[in-house]
Design a binder for this molecule. Structure first.
Ligand code: FES
Length: 80
C-alpha cells in the first residue's frame, strides 16, 4: 500500500527501513525523518504523516530501547 504519495514510499518500504535501522543500531531512536533519509527521500507536504506513523507503530522492531526509556532526570539521579 502506498503511504507517501509525494515520495512514492510504501508500507513495505517503511517496515524494511525500520527493520534495517534496528538491526544496524539496536539503541537508535527511529523517527519518520530517519526513515525518509534511509530511503534517500525528503518529506514534502506531510499529509502522509498520520498513516506513516501508524505504519511505523505496527513494526515489531520500532520500540524505544529499554536503556533509553527513563527520563534524563531520573537517570541522572540514579547515577549520583
Ligand atoms: S504524501 Fe508524504 S510528503 Fe506528501
Amino acid at each position: 500500500m502506498m503511504v507517501c504519495h509525494c515520495m512514492g514510499i510504501s508500507d513495505r518500504d517503511i517496515r524494511a527501513a525500520v527493520d534495517w535501522m534496528r538491526a544496524a543500531d539496536p539503541d537508535t531512536i527511529i523517527t519518520p525523518g530517519k526513515i525518509y533519509r534511509a530511503l534517500g527521500k525528503r518529506a514534502d507536504c506531510g499529509g502522509c504523516m498520520p498513516l506513516f506513523l501508524d505504519t511505523m507503530s505496527g513494526c515489531g522492531t520500532l520500540g524505544v530501547p529499554v536503556n533509553l526509556r527513563k527520563p534524563k532526570r531520573i537517570a541522572s539521579k540514579e547515577q549520583a
